[in-house]
Design a protein around this ligand. Structure first.
Ligand SMILES: [Zn+2]
Length: 252
């Protein structure tokens, strides 16, 4: 066996491997994403099975054998139990994990995404009913972390109209007012309420532990979820569709 080392990380993905094993993906602040085989993870008797049940934060000992990592020991630090009481929160968590897996591609992005992911998962497991706010806040902050920041300044025409709406331009990555000339510049856009603009500004500036601590009327939240999700999908050029499962649920 090769050398062993100890890490703390969050397991964000798992897939079956051979008959009994699993390969997990671990996000760490220092090493970015690591893949490791969990021997026997799919046996009922396995003491390591919980390590192959994302999301989980754990202290782990990995051994390095010819460039492949094997999990030798794992101890849970946080397993986000509250997620399992809510189909909505669990669905949001799987969406969030997918985004992180796609975007934590280098040490810089991993360092930024690690604390964001932990706070958001913790928030979801504690406050599953706030899942729409939490997932929108995550999507918006991820865009900032990855360098896709949107310009939330007022329309640059100098005399924005008094309407309580702004055009959120996906093609220009900035806001325009509803004046005809301004909207024409917005190209591909969606009108959002001023309340939504305020929520977007709040999320950008909020400390992580207060990320979802804003009040929003339903129509504001509808705007917010629509634009953060579309903005994320367009910038990352991928149709993240796990959340569409929630559209099939009866309204609460
Ligand atoms: Zn304008």
């Amino acid at each position: 066996m090769g050398t062993s080392f100890r890490i703390r990380g969050v397991v964000i993905d798992t897939r079956p491997h051979k008959d009994q094993d699993a390969i997990i993906t671990i996000l760490t602040p220092q090493h970015g994403l690591l893949s490791a085989t969990v021997p026997g993870a799919r046996k009922h008797s396995s003491r390591l099975a919980s390590m192959a049940t994302p999301p989980i934060v754990a202290d782990m000992v990995l051994s390095d054998s010819k460039g492949f990592y094997y999990l030798k020991e794992g101890e849970a630090v946080e397993s986000f139990r509250g997620l399992y009481d809510s189909f909505e929160a669990l669905t949001c968590a799987s969406h969030i994990l997918e985004v992180v897996k796609d975007t934590a591609v280098d040490p810089d992005s991993s360092q930024l995404l690690y604390p964001l992911l932990l706070y958001v998962l913790y928030d979801l497991s504690k406050h599953p009913k706030k899942y729409r706010q939490i997932v929108a806040a995550f999507e918006w902050r991820v865009m900032d972390a990855l360098g896709f920041a949107f310009d939330l300044n007022e329309c640059d025409c100098g005399k924005p109209d008094e309407m309580p709406t702004r055009a959120f331009s996906f093609s220009r990555c900035r806001l325009y007012c509803a004046n005809i000339g301004c909207v024409a510049k917005a190209k591909e856009y969606r009108f959002i309420s001023i309340g939504c603009v305020e929520a977007l500004r709040y999320i950008r500036e909020a400390p992580l532990e207060r990320l979802s601590a804003f009040r929003a009327e339903k129509y504001v939240l509808d705007d917010l979820c629509a634009v953060t999700h579309q903005y994320l999908c367009e910038r990352l050029e991928k149709n993240y569709d796990k959340l569409s499962l929630l559209d099939t649920l009866p309204p609460q």
